[in-house]
Design a protein around this ligand. Structure first.
Ligand code: SAH
Length: 258
């Protein structure tokens, strides 16, 4: 791996010129000191991402396809410049219009669960549907483990933001749709996986209809008592297999567009 020299720690570089490097593996040693990371100055994004990936692995994310994709997508390119120095922390971040981008750990966990469904011989998912594009970050990660990604957002402002965020990264296999994801997107189906970044009372029937046999839906869902949990629904010829996993906190799944 080639390494660009990092900027001197004291040089005040605006967020816009932080070097973005993609397609690199984890460096042999951590190269980012606490100071650089905390200040956001001299941020070498590939090195900080590699550190995030090591943390994800230590937290139990085991799928190399997920770890590689998380190491490649520049999360800082999806958040406001004021939040850039938190982009690789294990925290959710505001993305505008009252919505949030999930913690890296939750994104990785959900994609890992999705990959447990229907993959091709190269270990890739076919067509995937994402509900809740938000800033477009998760769509970019999904694009690295799937053939095609259809991603729906109900808020026009965020749909446009995601478009602007993804444009410079050139991710040709992501198709952004503006609309109500509760009804899915029948034209793109049947899907090898459906993933939701917003939690409803139940899994909409349209998603189940548009899911391929052998594939999974991974979505937060409100349980009795009001708290959300991560739900995995697997569609088999024998019926639906539902697993309720850990507690999560997602923004609500809402109907209609705005
Ligand atoms: N995956 C996103 C996370 C966005 S937060 C990212 O990486 O940034 C969840 C998003 O779901 C919000 O933007 C919210 O507006 C959207 N959402 C909620 N209900 C929806 C629906 N019915 N259809 C489409 N998007 C929806």
């Amino acid at each position: 791996m080639t390494r660009r020299p990092t900027f001197p720690a004291r040089l005040p570089i605006p967020a816009a010129v932080i070097p973005i490097r993609r397609g690199t593996g984890a460096p042999a040693q951590p190269v980012v000191s606490k100071t650089t990371q905390a200040s956001g100055l001299g941020l070498d994004s590939a090195a900080v991402r590699a550190r995030m990936v090591r943390k994800l692995a230590a937290q139990g994310i085991a799928d190399s396809r997920v770890l590689q994709a998380m190491g490649e997508v520049p999360r800082h390119a999806f958040v406001d410049s004021a939040l850039v120095n938190q982009a690789y922390e294990d925290t959710s971040l505001p993305i505008g219009l009252g919505q949030t981008i999930s913690k890296p750990n939750v994104v990785a966990r959900m994609i890992e669960l999705l990959l447990g469904g229907q993959c091709d011989e190269h270990g890739r998912l076919g067509r995937v549907l994402e509900i809740g594009t938000g800033c477009g970050y998760q769509a970019a990660v999904l694009a690295r483990v799937s053939r095609e990604v259809y991603s729906i957002e109900r808020l026009r402002g965020l749909h446009e933001k995601a478009r602007a965020n993804l444009r410079p990264l050139r991710v040709p296999n992501v198709h952004l749709l503006f609309g109500d994801g509760m009804v899915g997107f029948a034209k793109g189906g049947p899907y090898a996986g459906i993933i939701s970044a917003a939690g409803g009372e139940s899994i909409p029937s349209a998603w189940i209809e548009q899911l391929a046999f052998g594939a999974r839906i991974v979505a937060p869902s409100v349980m009795t008592g009001g708290a959300q949990a991560l739900v995995v629904l697997e569609k088999t010829t024998a019926g639906l297999k539902r697993s309720v996993l850990e507690a999560v906190h997602f923004v609500p799944l809402k109907s209609g567009i705005a």
